[in-house]
Design a binder for this molecule. Structure first.
Ligand code: OOG
Ligand code: NI
Length: 455
């Protein structure tokens, strides 16, 4: 029997989802095309340097998607489906706090965590869950109606969930089942065709467009799929040249002369798509809704907690002074990988250099020394996660109105532990994942150099 591993299943799912999304949203195809042209150009210009943050095969296939669900039970099912693909929940994002307008969701990202799985196909899905218990957005009556509506719908067919459990358990599926699983999983994220109850949708839309997109319909859908690009400024310019209006900013760190860090993203506004609506009088009509958009991203080196604090602080200061953000970065952020490494601001995989000095000298145990004297080499670890502020910006740029939000009421508590309970699985901490990869590499290097440790 030919077996399909979780990694291959994930790659196949990502590819098929991308094909479907390309058919549903033609502008996505343009985005992928332009991204590939930009990447080809960077590869020609920069040669091997272009692959410092992932092979071109990885980058070309790399996508992240976003979905939104309504209840903990739905989220648990999503966890089973992505679990089948070797993807685990990583990070907790509270977009209720990150956004100024009404974005009543908390989120996590499902993604692979092992270095070799990430190198193969790092497909990840930003997954948000509605927070009907938050009284700032939903009064008791609306909450009850919403929860009743959500409890009555079924997002995923039982056959899909059974196949998912088998793949999760056995870490592979026979080819035929793999094919069936991929088909059903892709279908589950297609745009729904069932008529939308217009009055109900509009009731939710008054509170929040995000709430309507989640709780106003009987299915879920992939709401964007994001290719990775190696030069996002060039992509932005090329899309604008093609007449596609992008949001007015690239989110994340500015363009500057130092290494790429974290994540830079930009998007274009959701496009109107025809949807079947049921009018209050029971008649059917075709309306148009804007819920799905295009986004593209450039990924950089993962920052440590200290590095991230520096980053957040620079962002806040840039906001306060609306000064030249790039100039602020040039002044204050270390501009070389070496400095990011020895100041412990970013994560690296450390490897001993094969032709390291063998003249009888003993290496010192300090990291700076080992790097500067050619004993070890630092290879950047790619940032595989998201940024709450950018995520909120992405949500927000696609809201038509501000929605309603009553900040005189206390927020309902949802945190990482709550989310883990809802999913029924640990929500992993991204810093811990990067940290342990770096630590293992330092331990291996120390052993190879005969050092008790590298400090
Ligand atoms: C998710 C928005 C967040 C990102 O790339 O930051 C996101 C959504 O719109 O559901 O995908
Ligand atoms: Ni996104």
């Amino acid at each position: 029997m030919v077996m399909v591993s979780q990694g291959r299943l994930r790659a196949a799912f990502a590819r098929r989802l991308s094909e479907m999304y390309g058919q549903e949203v033609p502008a996505y195809r343009t985005l992928v095309e332009v991204s590939q042209k930009v990447n080809d150009g960077v590869l020609r210009r920069a040669g091997a340097g272009a692959e410092r943050l992932g092979s071109i095969e990885r980058v070309t296939a790399e996508r992240h998607g976003a979905i939104r669900v309504g209840t903990p039970a739905e989220l648990r099912q999503v966890a089973r489906i992505f679990g089948a693909l070797g993807m685990r929940p990583v990070g907790f994002y509270d977009l209720r706090e990150a956004a100024a307008s009404a974005v009543p969701v908390v989120s996590t990202a499902f993604r692979p965590i092992a270095a070799d799985e990430l190198a193969g196909d790092p497909f990840r899905v930003f997954t948000s869950m509605l927070t009907p218990a938050d009284p700032r957005f939903f009064d008791p009556d609306l909450r009850q109606r919403l929860e009743r509506f959500l409890a009555a719908r079924r997002l995923f067919p039982p056959e899909l969930l059974e196949l998912a459990d088998r793949a999760g358990r056995e870490r592979e599926l026979p080819r035929e089942q793999a094919e069936r699983f991929t088909h059903l999983a892709v279908q589950a994220f297609a745009l729904g065709r069932e008529p939308i109850d217009q009055a109900w949708y509009e009731t939710l839309e008054r509170v929040s467009a995000v709430a309507a997109d989640i709780g106003g319909v009987t299915s879920t859908h992939i709401n964007h799929l994001t290719p990775r690009v190696l030069d996002i400024d060039e992509l932005y310019a090329r899309m604008t040249e093609r007449g596609i209006t992008m949001i007015d900013q690239i989110q994340g760190p500015p363009r500057w002369s130092g290494p790429d860090v974290l994540l830079r993203q930009t998007s274009f506004r959701a496009l109107a798509e025809p949807r079947a609506l049921r009018r209050p009088d029971g008649g059917l009509t075709t309306g148009s809704l804007r819920v799905r958009f295009g986004e593209v991203e450039a990924r950089g080196i993962a920052l440590t907690r200290t590095g991230r604090e520096r980053y957040d602080d620079l962002q806040v200061r840039a906001d306060a002074h609306t000064a030249d953000r790039a100039a602020l970065w040039e002044r204050e952020f270390p501009a070389t990988e070496r400095d990011l490494a020895i100041e412990r601001l970013a994560y690296f995989t450390y490897r001993t250099v094969p032709d390291r000095p063998r003249d009888g000298r003993r290496p010192g145990s300090g990291l700076a020394d080992l790097i500067d004297h050619g004993w070890v080499r630092a290879e950047p670890i790619v940032y595989e996660d998201f940024l709450p502020r950018s995520a909120a910006g992405i949500f927000q740029s696609n809201l038509t109105g501000q929605g309603l939000r009553d900040d005189s009421r206390a927020a309902a508590d949802y945190d990482s532990d709550w989310l883990a309970g809802a999913i029924g699985a640990e929500v992993l901490d991204p810093f811990t994942l990067y940290e342990s990869r770096q630590r293992r590499s330092l331990e291996d290097a120390a052993r190879a150099l005969g050092l008790p440790e590298i400090t």
